[in-house]
Design a protein around this ligand. Sequence first.
Ligand SMILES: C[S@@+](CC[C@H](N)C(=O)[O-])C[C@H]1O[C@@H](n2cnc3c(N)ncnc32)[C@H](O)[C@@H]1O
Length: 359
Amino acid sequence: MNTENLPCVKVEKSRGEEIRRALKELKLLRFDARITTNDNFIYLPLIRVLKKDEIEEIGVEKPLIREFEVVEQRRNIEDIIGFKPSYEIVGDIAVLTDADLTAELFVAHALMNLHKNIKVVAKRISPVEGVFRKRKITIIAGENRTETMHKENGCRYKLDLEKVYFNPRLANERNRVASQVDRREKGEIIDMFAGVGSFSIQIAKRAPLSHVTAIDINPYAIQYLRENIKLNGVKNVEAIEGDIKEIYVKFRNRADRIIMNLPKSAYLFLDEALCMLNPQGGIIHFYDVESSYPRGEQRKSLETAITRAKEKLMAKIKEACGREGLLLRSLEILEARKVKPYAPYLYIIGIDAVIGFVL
Ligand SMILES: C[S@@+](CC[C@H](N)C(=O)[O-])C[C@H]1O[C@@H](n2cnc3c(N)ncnc32)[C@H](O)[C@@H]1O
């Protein structure tokens, strides 16, 4: 506990609030020191000794000097380094995301000093790439590791940032999709591109009577997914390693709900997704990267991207049904929204589509 001898005014408790307000208005009250009281009096810490005219104006006795507990003000990174670096935190790893950042080591140490829970600072050195959608990172400071444990929406995910895809900025989106699933739902949910299980496990926890099939082509993602199933104590998730193009036939006509979180390429897997939906149909949570007009006003641009994504998905579903010999009875977009910006004038758009087939 930090203490300091500070000038203060001693007032009767009955006048405490009146005087506190007056001192606050005159910007004389110290906010980082704890006000103290005893049976009859309250002691209000000051930023300096009061002048004679201030004592009269406020109507208090001559200030005293008294010991106060001083609460350390929480500083932010800007106070320390003079600007706001862009970074994201996954577990106890902070990943700097600005490619042009200079003085990385300085920023890294400032981050670790400020957030005692950050044990590693790394930076991105490649975009998300390849079939596994991984990104290369390099460690700047702290422990020499890229594996961590991330907590999100009441679940825990062990993962290695160099071996699997993981984006903490999708936490709200995962919550949004999970909250659409009824807690008593008994259906089959297929997560076609499951990664370490961040959609699958949250949904399985919410709806324990459902069954989630979580598929990924990356063996490391499946290894972590299996660990995460145990870590979160869920019994209704089955992790399957494989290329969905090759294994989808095993899940034909099974799913009531399908998650297709593979922005940019998800269209290439629509045929498989439609074949896996149950014969009456079901819901698809689809992710697309869509552009807006380059110099459009922000609001208009986003609406353009959302409209484009919806129209494209409707058209592609109709084409895929044609190819697969499926007769569409109904196709409704429940909701389409911006999930996050992807690049200038590009957004990840999330679309929930309800599809009905003629039996
Ligand atoms: C964008 S990540 C999404 C991961 C996860 N849903 C999440 O939110 O963290 C896409 C995942 O799809 C997997 N993937 C890519 N192509 C695949 C395929 N043909 N079959 C199965 N999984 C695939 C990648 O390995 C990667 O883990």
